[in-house]
Ligand binder design. Structure first.
Ligand code: NCD
Length: 309
């Protein structure tokens, strides 16, 4: 069902297909724990990263290596022929001759979709501007399901820069698909775009509630998912100056208002929106997400490259 599929947006996947990925990731745990196997031996993954990344690129690369495959990598616009004026379509029609799948991160929305139009191998969107980041969503859903045993019916707060945060754009849609109760928590200026809220409702989210402050709702939440302000996405530096530092999760806030069984998630990188001393609290899960990202990407690569579901 997933062999040779492009992974551009969560909207291209049904709930059942996402569950196939999560179930396969569960089976991958054991492979990960024993350091990997060689099921992708002879396969090559190309990672093309035209905007910054630590976790996404390295976790894809380690996932491929752990399954016995190989990796070729192009990092930064300056290093590629893009700097000489080559367009993305030509780059993709070149790179596909070298590999069995392409992971692409690009500053422009829609870049991954365009790449997929030109590629005969699967293209995986690792983030296109402020638009989508589907594989982050798969690992986020995996983490929630692993920690809570389900997704349906959970109260999930998405907090921070909901305007420019591609991780929450992808995740909110998937949460709606899985029947979670969605709470959007952000300063007025960083609200979730209206078209996405409408899409959430169409995808089945009952009442999407919006909040300016986390405090009144914190005690009800099962999951609090925080993201940084996406400074590099702001078209106007003054707009950024107005909102910077406008929300922050502190240890006191969690200890006073949150449930013991809350889980706090974050795709990372963190800037100043989650205090470092929150890391010591039993609710913090962001470094578990990093680990789960490897397992989920192992599962995804295996499925796209022909592994059994
Ligand atoms: C996120 C991204 O790149 O969108 N990081 C990630 O992939 N883990 C989140 C962010 O940059 O804030």
């Amino acid at each position: 069902m997933l062999e040779n599929r492009h992974v551009i947006s969560v909207r291209d996947f049904t709930r059942e297909e996402i569950e196939v990925i999560l179930d396969h990731a569960e089976r991958m745990e054991e492979v990960y724990e024993r350091g990997g196997d060689d099921r992708l031996s002879g396969k090559v993954l190309a990672t093309l990263f035209f905007s910054p990344s630590t976790r996404t690129r390295l976790s894809f690369e380690t996932a491929m290596l752990r399954l016995g495959g190989d990796v070729i990598s192009l990092v930064g616009k300056e290093a590629a022929s893009t700097a000489k004026g080559e367009n993305l379509a030509d780059t993709v029609r070149t790179v596909e001759k070298y590999c069995d799948a392409i992971v692409l991160r690009h500053p422009k929305e829609g870049a991954a979709r365009l790449a997929a139009d030109y590629a005969s191998v699967p293209v995986i969107n690792a983030g296109d501007g402020a638009n989508q980041h589907p594989t982050q969503t798969f690992l986020d859903l995996y983490t929630i399901r692993k920690e809570k045993g389900r997704i349906e019916g959970l109260k999930v707060g998405l907090m921070g820069d909901l305007k420019y945060g591609r991780t929450v754009h992808s995740l909110a849609y998937a949460l709606a698909l899985f029947g979670a109760e969605i709470h959007l928590i952000s300063p007025e200026e960083l609200r979730m775009p209206r078209y996405i809220v409408r899409e959430l409702e169409e995808a089945g989210a009952a009442d999407v509630e919006e909040h300016r402050d986390v405090r009144p709702i914190l005690g009800e939440l099962d999951v609090l998912y925080v993201i940084r302000i996406q400074k590099e996405m702001f078209p106007d530096p003054e707009e950024y100056e107005r909102v910077k530092g406008s929300y922050r999760i502190t240890r006191e806030l969690i200890e006073e208002h949150a449930r013991e069984d809350l889980i706090i998630m974050h795709p990372l990188p963190r800037v100043d929106e989650v205090d470092p001393d929150v890391d010591e609290l039993p609710q913090a899960r962001y470094f578990d997400q990093v680990r789960n990202g490897v397992v989920v990407r192992m599962a995804l690569l295996d499925l796209l490259l022909g592994g059994e579901e």
